[in-house]
Ligand binder design. Structure first.
Ligand code: HEC
Ligand code: HEC
Ligand code: HEC
Ligand code: HEC
Ligand code: HEC
Length: 215
C-alpha cells in the first residue's frame, strides 16, 4: 500500500482537539477586546409618539423617577408608565393641548401609547435594576442627566467593557441609598465613604465571571 500521509499526521486530530479550547478562549478574548466598543449606541435617540419631556417633568416639575418607573427597585425592569399615570395630571392639566392628543386617545381606547425602546441589551446578557439600586448605584451613573433631556437618549454604551469597568471598581460609583434618583449627586465629587455608611450591612461584590452576566 502506498504511503500517502506520513505517520506523524495521525497525531494531527489529537493536537487539534487539545488546542481547540485554547484557541476558542483566545478568540473570545480577541472579540471581546476588539469588537466590544466603549461607545456603541451612545446618543441613540429614537423619535417618540408623544413629545413627552423628562426635562420638564423630572427637571422643572421635579418629579421623582419612581413616580413613573415604579417597578425599578423591585425587579429587573423599570416599568414604562401606563397612560393612566399621565392622566393623573393631564385629566386636569393642558386638557386642550394638541401635543397630548395621543395620550387622551390612548386613555379613551385603552390602547397603550407605542413608546419606542431606547436602551436594549441583547438577550444573552442578564441585567437587573433592583440589585444595582439596592447597592446604591444611581440612575444618572448609567443613564446620564435624564432630567435635562427633552427626548431620552442613550448616554452610556451599555457594552460589556462598560459593565466590567464598574464591576472591577464599584466603590467610586456608590452613593447613599436615599440619593439614587438624585440627578445632582456627583459621584466624582463627594465625601461619601460606603464603608462608613451605617445603613450598609455588607460590601458589594459585583460579578466579573462570565456566568454572572451570561446565564
Ligand atoms: C411623568 C412620568 C416620568 C417620570 C417622572 C420619569 N420618566 Fe422616564 N420615561 C417616561 C416615559 C413615558 C418614557 C418612555 C418615553 C421616552 O422614552 O421618552 C420614559 C423613558 C425613560 C428612559 C428610556 C427607556 C428606554 O426605552 O430605554 C429612561 C432611561 C428613563 N425614562 C429614565 C428616567 C429617570 C432617570 C427619571 C428620573 C430623573 C425619569 N425617567 C422620570 C416617564 C417618566
Ligand atoms: C447599573 C446601570 C443602571 C442603573 C443604575 C439604572 N439603569 Fe435603567 N437601564 C440600564 C440598562 C443596562 C438597561 C437596558 C436593560 C435591558 O435591555 O434589559 C436599562 C433600561 C431602563 C429602562 C427601559 C426599561 C427596562 O427596564 O428595560 C428604563 C425606563 C430605565 N432603565 C430607567 C431607570 C431608572 C429610573 C433608574 C434609576 C431609578 C435606572 N434606570 C437605573 C442600566 C441602568
Ligand atoms: C404630576 C403631574 C403630571 C404627570 C403625572 C404628567 N404630566 Fe405632563 N405635564 C404636567 C405639567 C404641569 C405640564 C406643563 C403644563 C404647562 O406648561 O402649562 C405638563 C406638560 C406636558 C406636555 C406638553 C404639553 C404642551 O402642550 O406643551 C406633554 C406632551 C406631557 N406633559 C405629556 C405627559 C405624559 C405622556 C405623561 C405620562 C407619561 C405625563 N405628561 C405625566 C404635569 C404632569
Ligand atoms: C456604575 C457601576 C455599575 C455598572 C455600570 C454596572 N454594574 Fe452590575 N453591579 C454593580 C454593583 C455595585 C452590583 C451589586 C453587587 C452586590 O450587591 O454585591 C452589581 C451587580 C450586578 C449583577 C449581580 C446581581 C444579579 O443581578 O445577579 C449582575 C448580573 C450585573 N451587575 C450585571 C451588569 C450588567 C450586565 C451591566 C452592564 C449592562 C452592569 N451590571 C453595569 C455595579 C455596576
Ligand atoms: C458584568 C457583566 C458581564 C460579564 C461579567 C461578562 N459579560 Fe460578556 N457581555 C456583557 C454584555 C452587557 C454584553 C453585550 C454588549 C453589547 O451589546 O454591546 C456582552 C457581550 C459578550 C459577547 C458578545 C461580543 C461582544 O463583545 O459584544 C461575548 C462573546 C461575551 N460577552 C463573552 C464574555 C466572556 C467570555 C466573559 C467572561 C470572561 C464575559 N462575557 C463576561 C456583559 C458581561
Amino acid at each position: 500500500m502506498a504511503v500517502i500521509f506520513p505517520k506523524w499526521t495521525n497525531r494531527v486530530p489529537m493536537v487539534l482537539a487539545a488546542g481547540m479550547p485554547v484557541v476558542t478562549v483566545a478568540l473570545i478574548f480577541l472579540i471581546w477586546y476588539t469588537w466590544s466598543p466603549r461607545y456603541t449606541d451612545v446618543g441613540y435617540q429614537p423619535e417618540q409618539p408623544v413629545p413627552f419631556s423628562h426635562a420638564l417633568h423630572a427637571g422643572n416639575l421635579g418629579m421623582d423617577c419612581r413616580y413613573c418607573h415604579n417597578t425599578v427597585e423591585q425587579g429587573p425592569h423599570a416599568a414604562i408608565p401606563p397612560t393612566s399615570t399621565c392622566m393623573n395630571c393631564h385629566a386636569q392639566v393642558q386638557t386642550e393641548s394638541p401635543r397630548l392628543e395621543t395620550v387622551r386617545q390612548s386613555a379613551e381606547t385603552g390602547e397603550p401609547i407605542p413608546w419606542v425602546r431606547v436602551h436594549l441589551l441583547p438577550d444573552y446578557a442578564y441585567f437587573d435594576h433592583s440589585v444595582h439600586l439596592a447597592a446604591g448605584v444611581g440612575c444618572s451613573s448609567c443613564h446620564g442627566r435624564v432630567d435635562r433631556m427633552v427626548e431620552v437618549r442613550q448616554a452610556e454604551p451599555l457594552s460589556m467593557r462598560w459593565c466590567l469597568d464598574c464591576h472591577r471598581d464599584p466603590e467610586p460609583n456608590l452613593r447613599p441609598h436615599d440619593q439614587i434618583t438624585n440627578m445632582d449627586w456627583d459621584v466624582a465629587n463627594n465625601d461619601y465613604n460606603p464603608s462608613e455608611d451605617p445603613h450598609r450591612t455588607r460590601d458589594v461584590n459585583p460579578p466579573q465571571h462570565c456566568s454572572g452576566c451570561h446565564r
